[in-house]
Write a protein that binds this ligand. Structure first.
Ligand code: FUB
Length: 371
């Protein structure tokens, strides 16, 4: 593939984005009250490092995977619902998932039809938040958080023989699952782990006793001098449908080996965990939520502990930052989202940019804004 710099890739994608209807098989569904195509003129594309991957639907929280040389992106599908914005994310009212695929980064992106709808998930009531996917023995697994009928987030699983679905959901959520943002990491030995969790609207702080407390704190532990709430990890069972163990805490430590504290909002875990491996080291990356950074920590085991290293991405336009990191064609890529198309937090668009490591394995911080 021709090597594209971030800017050249951006320019190529501006051209792509300004060709009406070029990036998907399907027009925006009737449920999308606001159309990205009508909104996109509002933003000056040259302000952004990268351009939206698709413009006919709103997308966020991109979990990217490379299967058989092709790139598949499992995003949230944002819609313009009626609920006012609040600190717990009630305005993220997503109802279904749609998969994006591309043969190359910078090439044509296909938006596939609905892969899973909340109405086809017996246990789920609403808010289909950030998903991830995995493949094992020819079956594709879609992992997704949604609120159950009691208002508690659980994590479900659905399967398909195709990476783009449609997926068939299990009638029950994964036993012992709670909170949001599942990310499934498969190690070189074939063992898979789910890393998950999120504070505030993600409800991690309402699950500290082992069951969901609807009257628990709205934000976090409310203990800024104590160790921050940790993301969770559980090995997956051989069939990838359940946890093989009780979820454990993934500790994130500072350089002196002390846990990152709840009040350290520039560095503590908020949501959007992702795990990848580079040159034999495990990288745990996540969003700091209300301070809007994507940061990372490294360790020698998927279970941690991890040592905080620094920032991957400075704040994007929009409140949320949620990403994935994947190797394709011998180079590394950061998938993320902002609100370039809409200027509205609840209507996001996914993007991709190249990620670079320094010789010592640290990641070079990316600024998503050019001006
Ligand atoms: O998209 C809904 C929620 O917002 C996700 O689950 C979080 O990671 C944040 O992006």
């Amino acid at each position: 593939m021709k090597r594209l710099t971030g800017l050249a890739l951006g320019a190529a994608l501006v051209a792509l984005a300004t060709t009406a209807g070029c990036s998907g098989e399907h027009a925006a569904p009737a449920g999308d009250a606001a159309s990205p195509a009508t909104d996109r003129a509002k933003a000056d594309p040259s302000r952004y490092l990268s351009q939206p991957l698709v413009t006919e639907i709103y997308t966020a929280d991109p979990s990217a995977h490379v299967w058989d040389g092709k790139i598949y992106v499992y995003p949230s599908h944002d819609i313009d619902g009626p609920t006012p914005e609040d600190d717990l994310g009630a305005h993220f009212e997503m109802r279904d998932y749609r998969v994006l695929s591309m043969d190359s980064i910078g090439g044509k992106v296909t938006t596939h039809p609905v892969a899973l709808d909340v109405k086809d998930v017996p246990w789920a009531d609403k808010q289909m938040w950030a998903p991830d996917a995995a493949r094992k023995n020819g079956t594709y697994f879609l992992y997704f958080p949604a609120k159950d009928k009691q208002g508690a987030f659980r994590i479900g699983v659905a399967t398909s023989k195709s990476p783009t679905g449609p997926f068939q959901a299990n009638p029950q959520p994964i036993k012992g699952s709670f909170s949001i943002d599942p990310a499934v990491f498969t190690d070189e030995d074939g063992k898979s782990y789910m890393i998950f969790g999120g504070i505030w609207g993600g409800q991690l702080q309402r699950n500290v006793t082992g069951s969901y407390d609807p009257d628990g704190s709205k934000t976090d532990l409310e203990a800024p001098d104590k160790p921050a709430l940790a993301p969770k990890i559980a090995a997956m069972a051989d069939d990838m449908m359940e946890f093989a163990e009780k979820p454990r805490d993934v500790l994130v430590l500072d350089a002196s080996g002390k846990p990152i504290l709840g009040g350290d909002t520039d560095r503590r875990f908020f949501e959007a965990a992702w795990m990848h491996k580079y040159q034999g080291r495990y990288y745990l990356s996540y969003s700091t939520g209300d301070t809007h950074y994507l940061v990372y920590a490294t360790g020698t085991s998927p279970y941690g502990p991890f040592t905080y290293q620094g920032r991957i991405l400075e704040p994007v336009e929009g409140w949320t930052s949620h990403h994935s990191i994947v190797e394709w064609d011998g180079r590394w890529w950061l998938f993320y989202a902002d609100t370039q198309l809409s200027g509205t937090t609840r209507l996001r668009n996914v993007k991709v940019t190249e990620l670079f490591y320094n010789k010592d394995g640290t990641i070079r911080t990316i600024n998503p804004m050019l001006k």
